[in-house]
Design a protein. Structure first.
Length: 391
């Protein structure tokens, strides 16, 4: 039985799927999965994320990509070669997007009908349910969109989500139209095998640097503003962060983690203009970087803040929200209470927060009941029981 994961252009689902696959491997339900990227760009981004790529190899998995050639006929032949397992093996497919190509649709249909293959739709999130609801309220507030969309799912053996069906519908303002089985998988990034793998990771953000304390700084888009009435480009927020952080450069190192969409030319220009020193650019896994950091910092309500919160690292968000959003959140972060220190575009306040966290030992308390509510993690036995019934 072959496992194939069909990935979309954003790699965030890969980060959420790998922990589940590691648990399935421990259950002896998975062997040598194939991860199929939609293009060479996504393929290279995954390879650059060394921890994710090593995780794939640790399961005996392979990473390949389709749509390699511009010529339509050659591209079709190559895609068929990459997906040839569908023609003669029982395949378990984890599908992360809706719009399959004609070739993919045919192969999945053929495999399911002829070779008794299994097909699962996968959409995981590392956001707590409460935070997902807040994010959706923000989008509705800005875009004045109160309509409920209908999402149709047909031909799946099960739909795998982080939340219950009712929670998914409420958080995303959608109506799920499907007779397929719906399964709540929870917070996959907290699963035991994944946490064990990360704990044994051979990567270190300061492998070539003196072992000094460091700040983990998450980079996102820079050139585009968040949708809203008066929001500046994100690079303005980053520049203000750099100007404040520069005052502490002699005492603490900074590890910047770009995302796949970060405009690195803009980042390099800002770093040079500010004259920022004592930093490293790392593509290691966010949880590995946050694990030993003095704090995790971002200029957007990025999903990395949730993972940092989960492992007990202090979280700081420096942001500028649309005034309607500020009113909606009551002056708090869009993450809800995941951010320990939220600074609404006030450089003096940011300076005070950083001074406190850098020069003092600040113990972060995480409520166990709250963590279990926000980040429900299935045990290996629970995962085994679920998939024994559907594979």
């Amino acid at each position: 039985m072959r496992f194939i994961v069909l990935l979309k252009h954003k790699i965030i689902q890969l980060d959420n799927i790998i922990p589940l696959l590691m648990e399935l491997k421990k259950c002896s339900l998975l062997y040598g999965p194939l991860f199929v990227a939609p293009d060479v760009y996504t393929y290279e981004v995954i390879k650059k994320n060394v921890v994710l790529f090593d995780a794939i190899k640790s399961m005996g998995g392979e990473l390949r990509y389709v749509n390699r050639f511009k010529n339509r006929l050659i591209r079709l032949i190559h895609n068929l070669f990459i997906l040839k397992d569908y023609l003669y093996k029982k395949v378990v497919t984890f599908q992360t997007f809706d719009n399959l190509s004609h070739v993919q649709s045919f192969l999945l249909f053929f495999n399911k009908r002829t070779l008794k293959g299994k097909r699962f739709y996968v959409s995981f999130s590392n956001l707590p349910y409460k935070s997902a609801c807040i994010a959706n309220r923000k989008n509705s507030t800005i875009q004045c969109n109160l309509d409920v969309r209908t999402m149709k799912f047909e031909g799946f053996d099960a739909l795998l989500f982080s939340f219950t069906k009712e929670q998914v519908e409420k958080a995303n303002r959608i109506l799920i139209a499907s007779n397929d089985r719906f399964l709540r998988i929870g917070y996959t990034r907290g699963m035991a095998e994944w946490q064990k793998f990360l704990a044994n990771s051979r990567y270190s953000p300061l492998s070539t640097e003196e072992k000094t304390p460091y700040i983990f700084f998450v980079l996102s888009l820079l050139e585009h503003a968040v949708i809203g009435e008066d929001n500046p480009p994100r690079k303005v927020l980053l520049e203000e962060c750099l100007l404040v952080l520069k005052e502490f450069c002699k005492d603490i190192h900074t590890v910047f983690k770009p995302s796949a969409v970060t405009e690195m030319d803009t980042f390099t220009r800002l770093i040079n203009e500010v004259g920022y020193k004592n930093y490293t650019i790392s593509y290691d896994h966010p949880i590995c970087l946050a694990k030993n950091a003095k704090l995790t910092m971002a200029y957007t309500p990025t999903g990395v803040l949730y993972d940092a919160y989960f492992i007990g690292c202090p979280t700081v968000e420096y942001a500028h929200y649309d005034s309607r959003v500020i009113e909606m959140t009551g002056g708090k972060s869009l993450t809800g209470d995941i951010v320990d220190y939220f600074v609404c575009r006030d450089m003096n306040k940011l300076r005070a927060v950083l001074k406190k966290l850098i020069y003092n030992y600040v113990k972060v308390e995480r409520n166990g009941a709250k963590l279990r509510e926000y980040f429900p993690v299935l045990t290996n036995q629970e995962i085994k029981d679920i998939f024994n019934h559907i594979l």
